[in-house]
Design a protein around this ligand. Structure first.
Ligand SMILES: C[S@@+](CC[C@H](N)C(=O)[O-])C[C@H]1O[C@@H](n2cnc3c(N)ncnc32)[C@H](O)[C@@H]1O
Length: 163
């Protein structure tokens, strides 16, 4: 059984960790893009990627929203933010993406200011996840949605997940 690469959580801010995170994201790209498509996020909507890591999911979310859609990625690790900014810099969606340092429990946004919140493989890293959920609900517009995933594990061919 093939194993998914696992990030080394002891060095979450390190270069090695970012490399693993990026490889994991790219390994899962087809399935994650499909999962995003299945969500049918509203075209032209404005969403958040909380704990966006190296920013690839943020990019794929933006690409699924049409030319008017926008995504703001929050990430507490400044080095991740820098990598995310570099990584999407040349993409056609770059102008519709923004990355900021930030904590999921204290989002510097007005009440009811976004259409949806995506939070992938992050909530279990937050010491007070209930506070984060309250914060997500605060910034959501009425009718908005919160998408929370644990570690995204997808099987592909003979590779199956043990998660
Ligand atoms: C396993 S990584 C997942 C990154 C990305 N969401 C993905 O799915 O590839 C967990 C991320 O959560 C971030 N994180 C940890 N505590 C956080 C908090 N309080 N608020 C927001 N993000 C946080 C970490 O810095 C890290 O980038």
């Amino acid at each position: 059984m093939a194993q998914h690469p696992q990030p080394h959580h002891g060095a979450r801010g390190g270069t090695e960790y970012r490399g693993v995170l990026e490889r994991m994201n790219r390994f899962q790209e087809p399935e994650v893009r499909q999962a995003i498509a299945d969500l049918q996020l509203p075209m032209g909507s404005y969403g958040l990627d909380v704990g966006c890591g190296v920013g690839l999911y943020t990019l794929w979310l933006a690409e699924a929203l049409g030319p008017q859609g926008r995504v703001l990625g929050f990430e507490p690790q400044a080095e991740h933010v820098a990598v995310a900014q570099r990584q999407v810099g040349d993409s056609p969606a770059a102008g519709r993406l923004e990355f900021r340092p930030g904590d999921g429990t204290a989002l510097p946004l007005a009440d009811q200011s976004c259409d949806w919140v995506w939070c992938s493989d992050v909530l279990h890293h937050i010491p007070d996840p209930v506070l984060a959920l309250q914060e997500f609900m605060r910034v959501l517009r009425p009718g908005g949605g919160v998408i929370i995933t644990p570690l995204l594990c997808f099987g592909r061919g003979e590779a199956t997940s043990s998660c």
